[in-house]
Ligand binder design. Sequence first.
Ligand code: COA
Length: 343
Amino acid sequence: MPNAYISGTGFYVPPRVVTNDQLVEEYGMDTSHEWIVKRTGIEERRFAEEGVGTADLATEASRMAIEDAGLETGDIDMIVFATLSPEHAFPGSGVYLQRNLGFADLKPPKFVPALDVRNQCSGFLYGLATAASMVQAGGVKHVLLVGAEIQSAGIDLTTRGRTVSSLFGDGAGAVVVSPTDEDRGVRGWWLGADGRFADALSQKVWDVRRRPFLKVDAEGNGFVPVEDVWAHMNGKVVFKHAVEKMILVMMQACWEQKITVKDIDLFYLHQANMRINQYVAKQLGLPDEKVVYNIQKYGNTTAATIPLMLAESQRDGRLQRGMKIALVAFGSGFTWGSAILDW
Ligand SMILES: CC(C)(COP(=O)(O)OP(=O)(O)OC[C@H]1O[C@@H](n2cnc3c(N)ncnc32)[C@H](O)[C@@H]1OP(=O)(O)O)[C@@H](O)C(=O)NCCC(=O)NCCS
């Protein structure tokens, strides 16, 4: 059985920077740069322009990842797309990415499968476990795995929604997962979920338990009540469980790999909140220079966070061949996961 390794990385963030001060000045939100930085570490985030879709961000990141892997589009055998902010209820973003990348225009056309992963902030790790398993089993060779989000369309950018909307940003990260006979790659992955907290962080724009699934007014027009439009979060419950589960799943990874955190060169913790990560890092005894952060400039980009950090740290030289790295995430569901890789 071959090892599965990340043969290429790519990222894309929309050009429009929105600072904390702009949330106040442009959106009229009653908040402040000091409040957001102190509670979350976020200084700015990116927002995509209206008309840009999640798969559009993913397309740019994917092109970069495919090129970085030394491959061409036609070498990709499967797409795995993790997002909580797909263009539509269905189909998922995976097929839009496949269309954008032009698989049908290849000679001969290549109708690669496109799998959509709905595990929010843990989506990239759920996707990595899936992609690595399929590559190792020999079912496919090169998997394009993407995490991409357009959060800015689904958050209430007024004072009413500030607890949630000051946290999130848009962006995309992509990797190619490939087989290798070299002694490297994904050493293991650990996933978990606790559906008892499914409502603690959710967006319920539609509800198929209703007939019809959208509410209808007296004239027969469908409408969504404003409280259903936006993402909702019980911040304190999320915080508590995030800390607990990220520590747990990191320790589980070390235990099963028979290593300690000292053996790991770089830690990629999902970027939900700087305070969560600092607490996790302190509890696990991780030195600051081994922990990668990007929350200051992008906020929480959910499924895109970890591949974005991988791609950027590879390009700035921090992530080097031969390093042992740990990926850890927690998010809505609740879902969580970790993975250990030799780069
Ligand atoms: C969201 C979070 C920063 C809020 O911090 P907190 O200390 O729990 O703050 P609270 O929600 O108790 O709110 C405290 C006050 O600050 C206010 N507040 C919330 N967001 C604010 C903002 N952006 N600016 C100013 N004030 C804000 C609240 O309205 C509340 O005011 P009140 O006391 O008058 O009602 C924190 O709970 C958190 O980070 N949770 C985890 C979130 C997360 O990681 N989500 C993604 C998981 S993948």
